[in-house]
Design a protein around this ligand. Structure first.
Ligand code: BYC
Ligand code: FE
Ligand code: FE
Length: 476
């Protein structure tokens, strides 16, 4: 189905057939645009940016590329194509026809899931709003804005569900999405990682690698939902997520490549002096972003998560490909825990520890890119290996939170340590104020097509087969 971009709210949901919903969304739109102006990218709103716009939900050729101004980018509402005779594929309702309306008894739970998902989208735009001022190239500037406009569209997708299916409380939740702000002391965003700062481009690449990947796993689990409209919105959001993670993986990879080049030219200790970001600093940023992103999966044992599953609202990653009864009545799953100062693996009810299973799958996926980063280092003949820190390192949520470990901490290598040892060493493991100041100090804008900042290698190729010196953002 082709999408009409002349409409105020481009969509493939027959919005013009539902006047009540259309009016509600048209009333929300000016508030959204105002939020975008106030809390979105601080500059470049009047410049033409080479953006990809979704033009259909057909997996072949769903996107169009062209120079547009961000406020003119059409934030449409798109649902992936319906699946014929789709069923609820897990939980107590397994085998029933998928719901086209909200099941009354699950309304509150479903709304909460949609609100939590929706809240992260504008949060990330807020976190990234200053980065345009210090982009290392026009290529990177364009990628930042692509991610930003798509996160804006993801918010639209969730707000469509709230307005369309949850009546007055849905409208109130949609308004609240624009009132909470990342890092706000009074009205913060819901989840921890979305209240952290993204003050520099290394943080941005780490965020898009690690935190957008939480998005991939959460969206994939929600795409399994028995509530069909949620499934279809999330399925389409996943197609866009791939690019966000690509920006992260290649961004970190290019930082690593430059560090390696400088190491080989000037020696390991000269990387910073020569204006690069040394590998030990990259490791610290990695440690930080991986650990705060692990927190996004919630507690190891969660009745919320068990309920979401049993009710048929949120499945497991690739639920329908898993070979079991999809009800998890008697299944077990191993989880890692601290018993005093020792790690032990205990088996628990698979339903109770469903968050942990998703976290496991996420961590494995994170490891794949780390291996590719290490290949870059190896190709340069340098003896250094980046590693994911231990899953218990620097955790704020769940059983490894200090409040639950009797004050014990865990090092990146998985050594259980005292609070005093933590205080003494955490500056070797997490970015210090001085590290952050150093990295921020490198961030100077490069605005000439084809030029790249000294701390990052140019990309291997451009966007949509364009050359790397293409004018990705027209500054004149
Ligand atoms: N920070 O039983 P618990 C994305 C709260 S990213 C603060 O442990 P549950 C994106 C929890 O809310 C994907 N609070 O966890 C990426 C609960 O509070 P209430 C986002 C936290 O409920 C980049 C309480 O602790 N999508 O799309 O089983 C750029 C006890 O909860 C945290 C989703 O998250 C935390 N880290 O699972 C842009 C999917 N963790 O309700 C976008 C929807 C937990 O008692 N959300 N809490 O006040 C969910 O499925 C679940 O809410 C969670 C938590 C998996 C997040
Ligand atoms: Fe998103
Ligand atoms: Fe994303």
């Amino acid at each position: 189905m082709a999408i009409d971009y002349q409409e105020r709210i481009p969509n493939n949901v027959d919005l013009s057939e539902d006047r009540r919903l259309q009016r509600a969304l048209e009333a929300w739109q000016p508030n959204y645009l105002q939020w975008w102006q106030e809390m979105g990218p601080t500059e470049f709103q009047a410049h033409n940016v080479y953006l990809r716009t979704a033009v259909s939900v057909d997996s072949k050729g769903w996107a169009n590329f062209g120079h547009v101004k961000m406020p003119d980018y059409r934030w449409g509402i798109f649902l992936a194509e319906p699946e014929q005779d789709r069923k609820v594929n897990f939980g107590e309702h397994k085998g029933e026809a998928a719901w086209q309306d909200v099941p009354g008894e699950y309304r509150g739970m479903l709304r909460r899931l949609i609100v939590t998902q929706g809240d992260t989208e504008p949060a990330s735009v807020e976190q990234q709003r200053q980065l345009g001022l210090t982009a290392p190239s026009l290529y990177d500037l364009r990628n930042l804005f692509q991610v930003n406009v798509e996160e804006g569209r993801h918010l639209w997708a969730m707000v469509y569900l709230l307005h369309g299916y949850f009546g007055r409380d849905g409208r109130e939740e949609a308004d609240a999405m624009l009132q909470r702000h990342s890092g706000d002391v009074d009205k913060p965003r819901i989840l921890g990682a979305f209240n952290e700062k993204t003050p520099d481009w290394l943080s941005f690449y780490m965020f898009t690698y690690f935190t957008d990947r939480d998005g991939k796993y959460q969206l994939a689990s929600l795409a399994e939902s028995g509530f069909d409209p949620l499934s279809r919105t999330c399925r389409f959001m996943l197609t866009e997520e791939a690019h966000h993670m690509f920006v992260g993986e290649t961004g970190v990879g290019r930082v690593i490549q430059r560090a390696c080049e400088l190491t080989n030219e000037h020696g390991e200790d000269a990387v910073r002096k020569m204006g690069g970001i040394d590998l030990p600093t990259v490791q610290k940023y990695l440690n930080f972003h991986f650990s705060v992103s692990l927190d996004l999966f919630g507690s190891e044992r969660s009745t919320n998560a068990a309920n979401f599953f049993s009710m048929g609202l949120k499945g497991r990653f690739e639920e329908t490909k898993i070979d079991d009864d999809h009800k998890l009545g008697n299944d077990i799953y191993p989880i890692l825990e601290l018993d005093g100062e020792k790690f032990v693996t205990r088996e628990d009810n698979a339903l109770t520890v469903i968050n942990e299973r998703l976290r496991d799958e996420y961590a494995i996926d994170c490891g794949r890119g780390v291996r590719r980063w290490n290949q870059i280092i190896k190709r340069h003949g340098i003896n250094f290996e980046l590693k994911l820190p231990h899953r218990a390192f620097n955790r704020q949520i769940g059983s490894f939170n200090q409040a639950n470990t009797g004050g014990l901490q865990v090092s990146p290598d998985g050594e259980v340590i005292t609070e005093a040892a933590w205080t003494e060493n955490h500056g070797n493991w997490l970015p210090t104020e001085a590290d952050r100041a150093f990295v921020i100090g490198l961030m100077q804008p490069i605005t000439e097509p084809g030029k790249y900042a000294a701390w990052i290698a140019p990309p291997a190729r451009g966007i949509n087969n364009q050359p790397i010196d293409f004018e990705y953002v027209r500054l004149n």
